[in-house]
Write a protein that binds this ligand. Structure first.
Ligand SMILES: Cc1ncc(COP(=O)(O)O)c(C=O)c1O
Length: 432
């Protein structure tokens, strides 16, 4: 089957793009388009890179990588990470359900998120998650009540907003600056932590931060940890002896265009310096870093058109399939699956009825024609998970490649799926 390549991930062999050992055109022929394609080998490579950097920098500090499920919650992707020994970071009961389906145990799970409901908290306690990252005093009090009703004590880490400046490419992916909705405001952290220490049905087991995403330098982590560490010292000075965990969140950057990727060794060395001697175990929550470069969105060119002096390439994938370009003005490299020698400057747009529906604007790229296949690169994180049915478009299929084999991981939605939960014939209820 096909020509095998040894490079994990997406590489050109003889003028044709491959995912590991499988040509993308073969996948398009069997599964159709638009389709997300993931390379299991590339996921493993990223995980092992981070794990070995942490292992060499922190040989004497217990640590674990908890994959941030929001980046890619496909069961086959989760299973690949579970087999590597990863834990998970979740933000909803839906993600909890997925992780359990993928084989993660409760102790593999940390539960983050700014708006957890009582029901979600009780599901997390039922699953005996490792800890719950609490983001407000209100949530702490609710969790205490929920745990009391279940006659349990909930393990709690407080997500503190370190209120530092984070350089990241879009304001929507900064989460640790003053005034952000995430975490407990820095000045309130001691008060809420002491409350956690006192409430009978929660146990304060650590502190947590997550400062943003697509962070390529160590400096913001360093600044944030410099704010968190005095809190640990103050809590201990106030008699808190239960701290076990420091969760430093995710955020490691990848290369979409020509940005510097995260320097994993620098990151690990920085973390080692910051946490050595603290006497806490470390949790990191990378999402994008583990899966972004492991995925492409495979799409077919439907039409070419010229309008107002501009060239358009109209594809069968749109903003409902990959919203990052229009939502975050994000750059994704776009390659022709079969090499095309000539180039064009064009807008690559989808079929959705929105002027904001684009995959690239004024891009110098291969001069592809209707019927040709394109691979939208670095689409493995925040891709399918953010897909919607806008314009009543079924969501795309997902495929995972492993060596020279590939498997359908998610079927393409069918038209019936679009209306499965809806009712055309209503059963009215009287308000009285
Ligand atoms: C609490 C938390 N942890 C981890 C992540 C993962 O971030 P990234 O994909 O940048 O690593 C996020 C993403 O927003 C998050 O909200």
């Amino acid at each position: 089957m096909g020509q095998s390549v040894l490079v994990p991930g997406f590489a050109r062999v003889g003028g044709r793009l491959y995912a590991d050992g499988v040509s993308l055109s073969r996948i398009a022929r069997d599964i159709g388009t638009p389709t997300y394609v993931y390379s299991a080998a590339r996921i493993r490579e990223q995980y092992r890179r981070l794990e070995s950097a942490l292992m060499s920098a922190l040989p004497d500090v217990a640590h674990r990588i908890h994959f941030s499920v929001k980046a890619n919650s496909n069961l086959a992707v989760l299973r690949t990470l579970q087999e590597l020994g990863a834990g998970v970071d979740i933000v909803s009961a839906g993600e909890l359900y997925r992780t359990r389906e993928a084989g993660f145990g409760g102790a593999d799970v940390v539960f983050s998120g700014v708006g957890k409901t009582a029901d979600e908290l009780s599901q997390a306690l039922n699953s005996m998650v490792l800890f719950i990252n609490v983001e407000s005093e209100g949530e702490l009090r609710l969790l205490n009540d929920v745990a009391a009703s279940m006659e349990l004590v909930a393990p709690v880490t407080l997500r503190v907003n370190p209120e530092v400046t984070v350089e990241s490419p879009h304001e929507y992916i900064r989460t640790g600056e003053k005034g952000h909705k995430f975490g407990i405001p820095y000045d309130d952290a001691m008060h809420v932590a002491m409350l956690a220490h006192e409430l009978p049905h929660v146990k304060l087991v650590g502190l947590d931060m997550h400062i943003g995403s697509q962070i390529s330098t160590w400096a913001p982590y360093e600044q944030a940890l410099a704010r968190i560490k005095p809190l640990i010292a103050s809590l201990r000075a106030a008699g808190v002896t239960t701290l076990q965990w420091l969760d430093i969140g995710g955020g490691l950057a990848v290369t979409y265009d020509d940005e510097a990727p995260a320097d994993v060794d620098r990151f690990a060395a920085g973390v080692a310096e910051a946490v050595r001697g603290l006497g806490l175990s470390l949790v990191v929550e990378p999402g994008r870093f583990l899966v972004a470069e492991s995925g492409v969105l495979l799409t077919r060119v439907l039409y070419r058109k010229r309008s107002g002096g501009k060239e358009y390439i109209i594809t069968d994938a749109g903003m409902n399939d990959l919203v990052r370009p229009s939502h975050y003005q994000a750059y994704h490299r776009i390659d022709a699956v079969d090499t095309v020698d000539t180039q064009v400057t064009a807008d690559v747009v989808g079929p959705v009825c929105e002027s904001g529906d684009f995959l690239a604007l004024q891009r110098v790229m291969p001069d592809v024609q209707p019927g040709d296949l394109l691979a939208v690169q670095t689409a493995g994180a925040y891709g399918f998970v953010m897909a919607s049915n806008y314009n009543s478009r079924p969501r795309p299929a997902e495929v995972i490649v492993d060596g020279d084999r590939f498997a359908l991981a998610t079927e393409r939605e069918r038209l019936e799926d679009l209306v499965r939960l809806e009712r055309a014939h209503l059963r009215w209820r009287n308000a009285e």
